[in-house]
Design a protein around this ligand. Sequence first.
Ligand SMILES: Cc1ncc(COP(=O)(O)O)c(C=O)c1O
Length: 217
Amino acid sequence: MTEHTCAVLVEPIQGEGGIVIPPDGYLEGLRRMCDQRDVVLMFDEVQTGIGHTGHYFGYQHEGVAPDVMTLAKGLAGGLPIGAMMAKPHIAEALGPGTHGSTFGGNPVSCSAALAVLRTIEDEHLLQHVQEIGAHFVEGLKRLQKKYAFITDVRGRGLMVAAELDRPGGHMVVKAMERGYLINCTVDCVLRFLPPLIITQQEVDGLLATLDTIFAEE
Ligand SMILES: Cc1ncc(COP(=O)(O)O)c(C=O)c1O
């Protein structure tokens, strides 16, 4: 940060970067640094937001609130939508037309977003994400004991990763052939961001499939 810094933008948990969970106190430290220098703190909650970590927003795990927050992906359950939220002292700088987009706020996507929020509440999905995420991580840790090439297993809610000592791209292809869409980021991190409604049975099916894929290494 220099005197030319006006804002800091971070993901509370890096998604594409390999599900990197910051150490305790990191976001709090950023908040303090920004406050001391009158710098705006912005959180990109596009992956962490809308329940994926077991809270509505990733920052709630640390109780550190941003000045500006972005949302997209899960907000409308797959329909295209993006949103930016700002505290009032920042929002007032954005007059009509300065934060526009041709299809921003379109009624179909907004209606889907409202349905997503209602469903999260009605079906107690935040609680479900916490429980099923813990079950998923436990299962991956069991696989880690069996396969030494899994160097780390980490997650928060249903943002889960297994880090490997080797590239994992071919495992993604094998999983797809067996009916599971998973992802590999930064070359060697298998990243799992399943829908919030995934069941224990489905997680167990994935774990069993991963076991067969890992056994082929
Ligand atoms: C953390 C994060 N921020 C922002 C984006 C971009 O979002 P959008 O495609 O809605 O512009 C992505 C997309 O993958 C993302 O993962």
